[in-house]
Design a protein around this ligand. Sequence first.
Ligand code: AMP
Length: 414
Amino acid sequence: MSLRAPKGTDDILPPASRTWRRLLRAWDLLTERYGFDYVATPIFEATEVFARGVGESTEVVEKQMYTFEDKAGRMLTLRPENTAGVVRAYLQSGRSGVFKGAYSGPCFRYERPQAGRRRQFWQLGVEYLGTDEIEADLEVIEVGYQFLREAGLSDLELQINSIGDGPDRLRFNEVLVEWLTARRDQLSVDSQRRIATNPLRVLDSKSDAEIMEESPTPLEFLSPAAAAHYEALKAGLVEREITFREAPRLVRGLDYYNRTVFEYVPRSYEAAQSAVGGGGRYDGLSELLGGPALPGVGLALGFDRILLALGDRPPARALDVFLVVADPDRRSEAWAFARRLRDAGIRCDLLAGERSVKAQFKAADRRDAAAAVVIGQEWDQGMVTVKDLSSGEEFKLAAGDLPSWVRGTRGAET
Ligand code: AMP
């Protein structure tokens, strides 16, 4: 039997998993502060949720879905993204009105694996349903921007565009197809094929970037209402002091978008898979799924790519203190002390079973504790000996003062 995880998937283990946990927690807290409730939808859905929602002619649906038939003959697909599932869940619940949901979890796409392009990858996202007000677009963009900055990606470029509404896109598509057809021979094979299936995607084709610099753009075809929406978006971003770049050829891989589209690109991250996240407005998605008219706007951040872009940073300590029980008779008191520390929010652990002091110090190092705390003779006076494992400094402290000492030394890393 092979002990390797399937191609394109990763095990998330310490120390990297500590950054995962820290950032996932930060995501939960941030979205909660912005009033997004938590949502979790199934990891698989009926295939048609994605086929209809994401779009039959998109690369994701055409080539990348993990689709299977269950024992009763239902066609199911591992979710390649979350938006279609969240909108399906909202419709199924019979809700109406505004709904703000935040999620995090794995998605699946059958891709050629490389750094930042995995077959199982994690997305963090929000969906703001039930309003087409520009403030919703702005808030979605802001929450992603805040998170990426909090995570440590300060050198970030927000790229924005508007692809207009359905009729604008139809008019634009016609002109674009004509323009592309006239230059067919100069285009890559993929783009040639897309002229018929998904011409909008040729706009941001990497291999045809040079030719496409001259192409018409959706901005030139916006209706007055869509153009006003785009102007309000830009003004709102300026007001919020979120710097952005207009990217008139930015489109997104999924069909359901209209009007606002955006991506976050870290400037320092030069790899080919450059966007760490993106999103946009999808006022037509509910109807594609057979629901009523329901405007919405959302974003999805690629968690794996965020971690890649952050690069190798010194991993956070796993524990604040590791208890070293120097006197075996005090083991049960040590466990009770550990519980008091944990109750006080201190990350604390100790070894199970009776072990030598040396073995316990070794474990403290291996477990990446910031300090070893020795429970020995001085315990009778309510004291412990603390050894700071970074500096090697050693001193005695009243056991009751340990939590505040830990908080004072912890710094920003947790
Ligand atoms: P999309 O809606 O396809 O643009 O996906 C949103 C974000 O998810 C992207 O900006 C990426 O950061 C991330 N993402 C998409 N596909 C993958 C993948 N195969 N591996 C890792 N991250 C991905």
